[in-house]
Design a binder for this molecule. Structure first.
Ligand code: MSP
Length: 683
């Protein structure tokens, strides 16, 4: 099996920004996942150099454009190396192999009668490097670059007969619904094709920077027509037919939503015109914004990916970009949120779990966890989570894949709190049970780390070392190594915390003007705030996972999402409802898969619940005064399933949990017993 994966090639008129980094990291997660599944993967990235802006930038710097691009190649490669992006090849549009491919395709298309000479007159946005129909301008400006004035150009150009491919494109979209994902982009582009396609200019006149047309040396190929060809150039089109036959068509182009039209309308038509197959799939991801604003260097809202790496290292950056943004949707980055997630997901949840499990095995079993039995409740959690993980990763729902791996981590934290190994260690008759508990926890951590390898390659490998994985990381394969193992001694290493908590002051709105600079942050090296399992036996009751304790509750919580089951005051007769009204409320049994405290809220807990639907739901519930998150995992509760989603502390809640709130007391969840499957209607 083969998988050929590409990202957009970046313009090099500026240093790499977080938006470009987001795309490269997401594609890298896909590439690493494919390799982990033993798929022969070729992952291409590169730089787009024949842009007018690049030429201008080089001239401003007093450099020859090619020398400037050489320097920028290193800048981009350094950034990607810092983020641990594992591309197999890096193409530049000034390379001879690319030029050969561009000239071959242009000639083929010309010979097929799809390229003709004409006069272009109209607006051109240099930043988009695109011709802009008058109707698309807003107050005479390009909507994407409102600070720039588009240029009016009139030149003799060559046109590509895009209009000829309208019907074939429509048919292609119809026959291959997977061709463009997610669906929202597909629908958008489909409407556009249905609305009619005009021929497009494919050359520029009188410019020196670009690839000359093979049939008219006075014109260079238009930068977009040029750039798209990189995807076939890199696998040998025009230079190595055998290699080209092996790797084309590409399995997936990962690109941003702003350039889906070029990739799913212009690009297939160009290929067809030259007698080449279209790529199999294009995924148009969303945009990452900074504090809700579009990232822009001029507005000071651009973030340097290097600053994220400098703060906590590459893996927390990769985890944030993958876990916090639903792949396909727009997402947001703020330094504040980045720290919150670091503390919650890494310092408290995963990091603390690794510390607890390894130090318990060290303390109670001389660093060796021995197999005992077939695995208790965590084996089932792992089986469910692995299934969800593969289903999600297979359709590029990267955020859901990571969430599935995190379900294992949260459940294991809950398991440790519940089984209280420090108490078992005091009871000689519980020695067998302690063995089983320690092995089970170590095994669950091993599986979670294996599933997280594509997202956090270095940290997951380090966790695997700590929990005694004996196979070399490079030899691990899914699904095999993501399954529960019942055998094999584990020699664990209890080393200092992987991710010490950070308590830097929260950056205020000033961070917007300081965009691009990481706020100066002190990373606490001390582990005193971590819950150390070795202290546990002397500090009963059993410690809850640090996630519930470590984040100070500062902000007032909004109204809790829990519904009091018992209304204290008797309802006046005229407020009684008809049975039909009641039946409109869908009450359903649900199983809590994971729970975590909502940072800065005293009342809210974020739950992931199984309601018998294909994917778990997120519900934010105001029950923190009555429960520690770890105690909630595995509880069977009742939810209102047909509520409209609501945002609580920035988290979308899809439903409400039912809880009784005794006067003056903490909320108590309405529970159902384990015979009732998640999703069962409650009336
Ligand atoms: N050179 C073209 C692509 C040619 S591909 C044959 C280009 N370059 S770019 O540098 O402007 O953008 C590179 C990629 O980064 C694009 O996929 C673009 O959508 C993506 N992003 C740029 N800003 C972004 C965000 N703020 N957020 C997420 N991705 C964004 O377009």
């Amino acid at each position: 099996m083969r998988f050929y994966l590409t990202t957009a090639i970046d313009y090099v008129n500026g240093r790499p920004h977080l938006g470009q980094a987001y795309e490269k990291v997401a594609a890298d997660v896909i590439a690493r996942y494919q390799r982990l599944c033993a798929v022969d993967t070729f992952f291409l990235m590169g730089n787009d150099e024949h842009s007018q802006n690049v030429y201008k930038k080089a001239r401003e710097a007093g450099l020859d454009p090619l020398a400037y691009c050489d320097e920028m190649e290193q800048v981009f490669r350094d950034r990607w190396a810092e983020l641990n992006v594992s591309y197999d090849d890096f193409i530049r549009t000034t390379q001879p192999r690319h030029r050969a491919a561009v000239q071959k395709l242009a000639q083929r298309s010309f010979d097929a009668g799809d390229i003709y000479e004409g006069t272009y007159e109209g607006w051109y946005c240099v930043s988009c490097e695109a011709f802009k129909p008058e109707k698309d301008l807003v107050d005479g400006k390009c909507p994407i670059h409102p600070t720039l004035t588009p240029e009016w150009i009139k030149e003799t150009n060559f046109f590509f007969r895009l209009s000829k491919y309208q019907d074939r494109l429509l048919k292609h979209f119809e026959q291959h619904p997977e061709f463009l994902q997610p669906d929202v982009r597909r629908n958008e582009i489909l409407r556009m094709i249905e609305g009619g396609l005009e021929d497009i200019s494919m050359s520029r006149e009188g410019q020196a920077w670009g690839i000359p047309l093979p049939f008219s040396a006075g014109n260079v190929v238009y930068v977009w027509f040029d750039a798209l060809i990189n995807y076939i150039a890199a696998v040998g089109y025009g230079t190595d037919d055998e290699r080209f036959a092996q790797w084309w068509p590409a399995n997936l182009h990962v690109i941003g939503k702003d350039i889906t039209r070029f990739h799913t309308v212009v690009w297939p038509a160009m290929l067809w015109s030259a007698g080449i197959e279209a790529p199999r799939q294009v995924f148009g991801h969303g945009w990452i914004n900074y504090g809700g604003q579009r990232m822009s260097k001029t507005l000071g809202t651009s973030v340097e990916p290097g600053d994220l790496v400098a703060k906590f290292g590459p893996d927390p950056a990769r985890l944030y970009l993958t876990k916090e943004i639903a792949f396909g949707n727009d997402g947001d980055f703020t330094w504040e949120r980045y720290e919150e997630r670091y503390n919650a997901d890494l310092a408290n949840n995963l990091g603390n779990l690794v510390s607890r499990v390894t130090s318990m095995v060290q303390k109670y079993r001389g660093s060796v966890a021995r197999p005992a039995g077939d695995g208790g409740p965590l084996a089932a959690v792992v089986a469910g989570a692995s299934g969800r993980y593969h289903a999600a990763m297979g359709r590029f729902a990267l955020h859901e894949g990571v969430a599935a791996a995190y379900d294992i981590i949260t459940a294991t934290n809950g398991f440790v709190a519940e089984t209280a190994p420090w108490a078992l260690a005091k009871d000689p008759s519980a020695a067998g049970r302690l063995d089983a508990v320690l092995f089970e926890a170590a095994e669950a951590v091993r599986v979670a780390a294996t599933l997280l390898l594509p997202v956090m390659p270095a940290s997951a490998a380090e966790i695997l070392r700590r929990v005694g994985e004996t196979r070399p990381v490079a030899d691990l394969r899914l699904p095999r190594d993501g399954q529960w193992r019942t055998g094999g001694e584990r020699h664990v290493a209890a080393d200092p915390p992987l991710w010490p908590r950070t308590d830097s002051p929260t950056p205020g709105p000033a961070a917007v003007t300081l965009a691009g600079q990481a706020p100066s942050v002190r990373i606490e090296k001390s582990i005193s705030k971590e819950i150390r399992v070795s202290d546990a036996p002397t500090n009963p009751p059993a410690p809850a996972p640090a996630a519930t304790q470590a984040i100070p509750a500062t902000a007032a919580a909004p109204a809790p999402a829990a519904v009091p089951a018992a209304t204290p005051a008797p309802a006046p007769a005229d407020s009684r409802i008809a049975i039909d009204d009641f039946m409109r409320v869908e009450l359903k049994a649900a199983l809590i898969l994971s729970a975590e405290a909502v940072p800065k809220s005293k009342k809210l807990i974020q739950l992931s619940v199984d309601v018998g639907e294909p994917a778990p739901r997120t519900i934010v519930a105001g029950i923190a005064e009555g429960y520690q998150p770890a105690d909630l995992v595995g509880k069977r509760i009742v939810i209102v399933a047909n509520l409209k989603p609501a945002k609580l502390m920035g988290i979308e809640s899809n439903g409400m949990v039912l809880a009784a709130s005794p006067e003056g007391g903490a909320p108590i969840l309405v529970a159902v017993d384990e015979r009732i499957a998640p999703g069962t209607r409650v009336r």
